[in-house]
Design a protein around this ligand. Structure first.
Ligand SMILES: [Zn+2]
Ligand SMILES: [Zn+2]
Length: 108
């Protein structure tokens, strides 16, 4: 399932205003997030790659919503991660681009 045109317009508006919370509280995202967790068996995919096990608590967008709002609900763009890995991923991105600090809204 992809995002509808109306929904995409709504999401682009949120990005422009930098108010992403409504997106993370939206039932469409909640459902997709749940699907990603179930697909990954609630296992952190980053830890798994290193042969470790952690329970996933967050769902991360591989391509950020702000860059690719059209992929916001694309399962292939989602990855279940534990909080530590999630923080690590976003810390790394911050060092790469000096944009303002990222607030992990994906926890919702
Ligand atoms: Zn992890
Ligand atoms: Zn993330």
């Amino acid at each position: 399932m992809t995002i509808s045109r109306e929904r995409l317009r709504w999401l682009e508006g949120l990005i422009r205003e930098d108010k992403m919370i409504p997106f993370y509280k939206w039932s469409g995202w909640r459902k997709k997030r749940q699907e990603a967790l179930e697909r990954d068996n609630y296992e952190c995919q980053e830890c798994k790659r290193e042969g470790k096990y952690s329970r996933a608590q967050n769902v991360h967008h591989l391509k950020e919503v702000k860059d690719r709002p059209d992929l916001a609900l694309t399962l292939d763009n989602l990855e279940s991660v534990c909080i530590q890995c999630h923080n690590k991923i976003h810390d790394k991105r911050l060092k790469k681009d000096k944009r303002k600090p990222f607030v992990i809204e994906e926890r919702w």
